[in-house]
Design a protein around this ligand. Sequence first.
Ligand code: SAH
Length: 222
Amino acid sequence: MSLRPLGKSTPQMSLSARNKLVADLRKQGIVDQRVLEILQKLPRHEFVDESWRAEAYKNKPLPIGQSQTISQPYIVALMTQALLEGATPRKRVLEIGTGSGYQTAVLAELGISVFSVERLKALSEAARERLRDLGYRNIHFGYNDGNAGWASHAPYDGIIVTAAAIDVPQALLDQLDQHGRLVIPAGPPQNQVLRVIDRNASGFEVRELAKVNFVPMLEGRA
Ligand code: SAH
């Protein structure tokens, strides 16, 4: 892909912070080498508010404006690894919750055609501009309520949701391809579980990966 190895305002010292981040991710059980390499090189400081840049390579969520957060790198790595696992290639992926566009960039770095939907206009536009400036061309942005998925581009080999749904939206299940996989945090606040749902010939198979803490998936646009 076309990503610069270091962002325009990256102090060289952040290299050691990035190396430490990757070492942490390995310790936490991230084994997918592609995912580790991408998180090593992505300029995460360009995705957070200016005042949080110094914290950008810590393994924690950070504010991105509009009361939303960029996910913890470990969670991004875990969800991406879960999406990729196994033999089925994931070439067309729908993402619900563009936010800062960081998870979007991880998917784009994998060579995936990404369809990313965000319900907050300000975040959607900022992410679109940021990812264009970073040189990505394989991303389509939708400003919409992701509860409905993005039917006109369906079906998808994979769907990743980065906000927590109380119940898994039916539209997302419907828009999965025959061997598609949905990675989604679901459940009420304080009791969310990251689920991996595989479509197969006889229906859907559900696994639970981890307890998580995401911002809620809301309805409508704003
Ligand atoms: N993946 C993002 C995480 C952003 S936080 C990142 O890496 O920065 C979750 C995002 O989901 C927020 O931007 C929030 O506005 C968005 N969101 C919540 N409900 C949504 C919905 N119904 N449709 C689309 N986006 C939604």
